[in-house]
Design a protein around this ligand. Structure first.
Ligand code: AMP
Length: 552
């Protein structure tokens, strides 16, 4: 990669982080950050702002690096040649992998001078690379060019938390201070664009008003947090919750003004594959932005695999349109005739949506039915009925919530049926972060293939704090290989894991990965010899395609 001449040094970003971390006073943090931001040009300022929020990419990009603790650790081992014992001692001292890496690297001398541009480009490249081997090579290359203290912050950005006491709100305040604009305007621009870097650039150009909604420029999508069960949802909203089916299509935001209709995807790209949705939307009067899901539909929802056949085709294909009709299932309205509705509460947005679509629904544009559930039993029934209707599960939305673009909070919950559960054995463990610091709480687990154990996933959630404390002690006594942050353990703890689906993956030895795995319970009643097999995983992998078809 070209070392970039104009971009600012990563070392200045790091010095600023250290200075911010060194004070607990909010105003001092803002001052340090604001001074630094003032010294940067538009491009670097945008990059730095994203990094200061502990992200590798702007929120709207929804990109993931898939670089976990053990890969980071391997990179450091490659560079330092330290033993597992030595690494562990260092890790224990800090309880933070970034700080531990800095110490482990000691007097390592950087082979280059990293710039913000180079770091941003490398992170993009890391996300694009498939498989741990490819990612590892790129990581080593990056770390080699960095000073130990830079590696510390690179690791913090990669793991998603700078730990310098800097919340996103403070970054917004610093941008406001550096540019002389009101914080509320910066905050709004960040919300509307889903990118704090863009908010910085607009503030610097004194054009925050341009982030006011512009039709045909997509707004970030509001996202849902996964809920394990109806019980969990009702604990948050005992008064009742609005529920809709969770449709299995693609999320779409429709903008309409005059004779123009455009659809945008979750990645904020334009969706051009469904021209037949244009005229039904043109028939609805006024200017608006709607949020909904495009799905393949003939009387009932069709499997996602059907919709997929229409994706990526830029040229209209009449016969394909006939074979796979689609519908736009609308569930929210974000703007209507000059009024931005993001701060309007869901119940009122819903009323407006109903008024807008009244008498104007069609085969192609429908209003998503909604039901209020006031008890766990009602929600459970709704969830079962949604599955019976051929949908993926239920969405539960707080009636009094605003529309918060790009955020995954507790206002929207998604409830999905676990696709299946598997009994697996824990084969390696890692130390957790935050509240689970110092505890072996991240479990990599395996299935059986004759006399071999092959990894198939990694789970963090599902056990109680007490169980994790007990297991930490148990695993410490049964460690076979110790790499500090990561330990291979005797395969003796059997757990039952639930998950949403299975993907092919070269990250795990089995060649498969369970998606969204969570621990259902410990299975002390089962021996490792009795756990599920690779054949069972293969069988479930195949079955999920036919299951999706027959469910509908
Ligand atoms: P997931 O993709 O599993 O994270 O679930 C979130 C996605 O569910 C959203 O981005 C939408 O594409 C989709 N979805 C389906 N039905 C709804 C609904 N009624 N409300 C909101 N999102 C929905």
């Amino acid at each position: 990669m070209n070392s970039t001449l104009n971009s600012d040094r990563m070392s200045r970003f790091v010095e600023t982080c250290e200075a911010i971390g060194a004070t607990t006073k909010k105003n001092e943090k803002i001052q340090v950050l604001s001074d630094y931001l003032e010294s940067l040009d538009l491009e670097d300022g945008a990059r730095a702002c994203v990094f200061f929020t502990g992200r590798a990419f702007p929120r709207r990009e929804e990109k993931v690096l898939s670089v976990g603790g053990s890969l980071l650790w391997q990179a450091i081992i490659e560079l330092t040649h330290l033993s597992g014992d030595e690494m562990e001692t260092i890790y224990r001292k800090h309880g933070d992998s970034g700080a531990a890496a800095q110490e482990a690297l000691g007097r390592h001398v950087a082979t280059g001078k990293l710039t913000l541009e180079e770091v941003a480009a490398t992170l993009q490249d890391l996300a694009a690379r498939r498989g741990p081997a490819q990612k590892l090579a790129r990581l080593i290359d990056l770390f080699r060019k960095a000073e130990p203290v830079e590696v510390k912050y690179l690791i913090k950005i990669i793991t998603g938390d700078l730990r310098i006491g800097l919340k996103e709100g403070l970054v917004e305040e610093a941008i406001a201070q550096a540019s002389g604009c009101p914080t509320t305007d910066v905050r709004r621009a960040n919300m509307l664009t889903g990118d704090i870097g863009t908010a910085f650039q607009l503030a610097r150009k004194n054009r925050l008003a341009a982030a006011q909604l512009r039709l045909f420029h997509p707004i970030g999508f509001m996202l849902a947090s996964p809920a394990e069960s109806p019980t969990e949802v009702m604990e948050y909203y005992p008064e009742g919750i609005l529920t809709e089916d969770k449709y299995d299509g693609i999320r779409a935001q429709a903008h309409k003004s005059g004779q123009i209709v455009k659809f945008f995807s979750r990645t904020l790209d334009e969706i051009v594959e469904f021209p037949e949705l244009t005229s039904p939307l043109l028939r609805i009067p006024g200017e608006f932005i709607l949020d909904g899901e495009i799905l393949a539909w003939r009387d009932d929802p069709l499997p996602f695999t059907e919709l997929q056949k229409r994706l990526g085709r830029k040229q209209p294909d009449f016969w394909l349109h006939q074979d796979i009709p689609v519908t736009f299932m609308v569930f929210d309205v974000l703007y209507c005739d000059g009024r931005l509705l993001l701060d309007t509460l869901l119940t009122e947005r819903r009323q407006r949506l109903e008024a807008l679509l009244a008498e104007r629904q069609s085969v192609e544009v429908r209003l998503a039915p909604v039901k209020v559930c006031r008890s766990e039993g009602e929600l459970r029934d709704f969830f079962d009925a949604a599955l019976a209707r051929g949908n993926e599960g239920a969405m539960c939305k707080a009636p009094g919530s605003a529309y918060t673009p790009g955020q995954r909070g507790r206002s929207w919950f998604k409830l999905k049926r676990p696709f299946a559960t598997l009994d697996v054995v824990v084969t390696s463990v890692e130390y957790g972060h935050g509240k689970r610091r110092g505890l072996l709480s991240d479990f990599t687990f395996s299935v059986r293939d004759h006399d071999r154990l092959l990894t198939v996933g990694k789970a963090y959630s599902g056990l109680t704090d007490r169980e994790i404390h007990q297991l930490t002690q148990y695993f410490l006594e049964r460690t076979i290989e110790d790499r500090g942050f990561w330990r291979r353990v005797e395969p003796c703890v059997v757990i039952e894991v639930a998950f949403n689906n299975i993907q092919r993956s070269d990250r795990h030895e089995s060649g498969y990965a369970l998606r969204f795995p969570r621990i259902v319970r410990l299975r002390p009643d089962k021996l490792p010899a009795e756990i599920d097999t690779l054949d069972r995983v293969k069988e479930l992998y195949e079955k999920q395609f036919s299951a999706r078809n027959s469910e509908r």
